[in-house]
Ligand binder design. Structure first.
Ligand code: PRP
Ligand code: URA
Length: 208
């Protein structure tokens, strides 16, 4: 489990409590997804490599550092969209490549419906954004897509993960780090995370 990172930040825990509340409305829900994502972005990017750069200040040359990697954000549609703004506030230059997947409600398998990745990779590393890691089907399918694209430096970033989804990502892609705000107890018999927060897409977009 050395590739699993669960935030210990008190502000993330506090905001997650409000996010989970069934009485939190769509507008507040979106705001919280963005804010928690922004806090996670700080933690997830803590080990990004940098290289030296000399900067001329008004007074002298300063020995500085700049990012060595070009980062791509990969939100899984729909629910991952809400995390993009939070990450962008932190890495404004990041490219965003959308992957459209929905879970078939009977098989719980991911069905791909949108992918406009160009032929050759344009980034060095990808941060997959999706609030919910349930069975792990959507996350592993997206990692497969990105590896076929040619990017192997990948992290998955979610808000709530189920043990089943974490195990599935570790099994199929053991080198991919998973960053979460929280790990919940289990999946129910229709594949929802318990206690979770319900349907992250519907709660953001008001489609419940
Ligand atoms: C949700 C969520 C993940 C997926 C997680 O998306 O946003 O993408 O389920 O489940 P899994 O780990 O079992 O694959 P959903 O299919 O509900 O689509 P939506 O975001 O469009 O609502
Ligand atoms: N997708 C969601 O939005 N919520 C869950 O609990 C599981 C999958």
């Amino acid at each position: 489990m050395d590739k699993l990172f669960v935030s210990q930040h008190p502000m993330i825990a506090h905001k997650l409590a409000i996010l989970r509340d069934k009485d939190t409305d769509h507008r507040k829900f979106r705001e919280l997804v963005k804010e928690i994502a922004g806090l996670l972005a700080y933690e997830v990017t803590a080990d990004l490599p940098t290289e030296p750069k000399d900067v001329q200040t008004p007074l002298a040359i300063a020995k500085c550092q700049e990012l060595k990697v070009k980062v791509g954000l990969v939100p899984i549609l729909r629910a991952g969209l809400g995390m993009v703004e939070g990450f962008w506030s932190f890495i404004p230059s990041a490219e965003v490549w959308h992957i459209g997947l929905y879970r078939d409600e009977h098989t719980l398998k991911p069905v791909e419906y949108y992918n406009k990745l160009p032929t050759a990779p344009t980034v060095d590393m990808c941060l997959i954004l999706d609030p919910m890691l349930a069975t792990g089907g959507s996350a592993t399918a997206t990692i497969d897509v990105l590896k076929r694209w040619g990017v192997t430096n990948i992290k998955f970033v979610g808000l709530i993960g189920a043990p089943e989804g974490i195990a599935q990502v570790h099994k199929l892609h053991p080198e991919v780090p998973i960053h979460l705000a929280c790990i919940d107890e289990k999946l129910n018999d229709i594949g929802y995370i318990v206690p979770g927060l319900g349907d992250a897409g519907d709660r953001q977009f008001g489609t419940a």
